[in-house]
Design a protein around this ligand. Sequence first.
Ligand code: LLP
Length: 418
Amino acid sequence: MHFFEHRDGELYAENLRVTDLVEEFGSPLYIYSAKTFRRHFEAFDSAFSGLDHLTCYSVKANSNLCILKLLADMGAGMDIVSGGELHRALAAGVDPSKIVYSGVGKRAYEIEQALAADILMFNVESLAELEKIDEIAGLVGKTARISLRINPDVDPKTHPYIATGLKKAKFGLDIESSLEGYKKAKELKHIDPVGIDCHIGSQLTSIDPFLEALDKIMAFRDKLTAMGLDIRYLDLGGGLGITYDEEEPPHPSAFGEALTQVLADQSLKVILEPGRVIAGNAGIMVTEVLYTKGGETKEFVIVDGAMNDLVRPSLYDSFHRIGEVTPKGRPERVVDVVGPICESGDFLARGRTLPGVGSGELLAVYSAGAYGFTMSSNYNSRPRAAEVIVDGDQAHLARRRETYEDLIACEKGCLDSM
Ligand code: LLP
């Protein structure tokens, strides 16, 4: 459910006309709906109201400062994977005691930064990382709260690039190594093993893999309890899918209910790290049609948004619904929607049935709120798009469009030194 809908032949973001927003802020443009973000967070968080829990929004999905603030104001914690994300979360006013830090390659300075901020815990992904955190915590006179990220070897049945809980994945530790890891964690002086963590993949459309993983983890927790460890946190990661096309993922309430049934009697604080389910359908990317051309075998709609703005179609062949901002009821044709970048892989859709649109018209690319802007780049020296948050009848410029000067700012020093 989101608040991008057509009224009187015009696409609206909440109470504002998308056409007016593009007139003011330019194209391509990311538009987020604050009301949708709030609704998604509330639906997710309340699904776990039967459990002692903390919803740590996964910053990588959409890390705009205003989005982080909006969610933090609703009580969200954050799941981060870099010092940069920590910096963002703190700048947005997130309470550090609600921040968990995952990722296989934490740098020493990032560990120090997180210890200085006194975050809730590190989700540790290797024994070498565990030792490194202990060493740094010792140097700065702190104790680090940690979970080990367990790789439960469960098939999430999603795109291979975003399946993370299989044995062959680079993430986490298999169950045997984890046992060794907890023994070590118990001995290390500057480590406090307080939790267990797992994240099996993203865009899951069934609850079963989550339950399968949970089963393995609860059995593992019993072993840890027998070892005398007091495990207080259970972090189940993110991964709940959304509807891009025809998928029918479980509603957060069904997900919450299923987990609550298993965990209700456990004295554990449950941490969840949803990203896509909060942000995905709370944002669209609007792009202007530059040209159309009919090749011998194909028709192309060439737009001003490209793979540098939204890479998901090129990278995962993923589907994003595309529609006219101002529908005109023209006959449909099968087209490729492509951007200006010099790569055949630069497309937003291939073989898509769309009304015959013309130059200067606007298209909305839906479900672009998660892993859209955050995965954008400057490839082909294209300044990154602006981001706007609509809240009722207010539009907030959440990130200004980059300029040509921004493109060269970090390189200019070289001209003087050469
Ligand atoms: N927690 C951890 C440790 C993660 O690695 C991720 C996502 C999440 C939480 C949030 O997962 P979500 O609830 O959003 O599924 N770029 C890809 C998605 C990569 C996901 C990486 N990890 C895409 O565009 O589909």
